[in-house]
Design a protein around this ligand. Sequence first.
Ligand SMILES: [Zn+2]
Length: 173
Amino acid sequence: MARVPSGRVHNLINIAAYSVLAAGALVATRQDLLSVTPAQGLNFTLAFAAGTFLLSPDLDLAEGRVDSKRHWGLLGFLWVPYGMMFSHRGLSHTWILGPLTRLAYLGVLIALVVGLLRFVLPDLTLPPVPQLSAEVLAPFGVGYYLSQWLHLIADGMRPDHGVRRGYRKLRRR
Ligand SMILES: [Zn+2]
């Protein structure tokens, strides 16, 4: 198997890319070439950081020891089923669906926790789900996907990766 970047190298690549991008965005904003509100910048940054440190494609190795699982601390075990479900560098490392599998998995985790809380504490009132507009969601989406794609590029994954091989591998399991 070809050598692939370690979690640490992935983190460094993403941090470097973010720095260049942030500096570029700052300069472009000063020159009135780009208009990014502070809220948009923050949302982009949060999603990029989450995608880099918490939702890395290498969570498909979470059944073992992997950097991206360690960032979850005590909650790292929550990703073990994800690691068992997805073969390493298979569907999890595809460009469009791969990042969505981790968001969907996270959504299921949150739904389970909320369901459990409602069951254990029926009187508990949970904060309402905020109504998110496209202006808020777009920087999140761009930040998240960019962090994922930088990982895939560093891994040598092409945008058409998994369209054939990844799915076949998944079915074989
Ligand atoms: Zn990877």
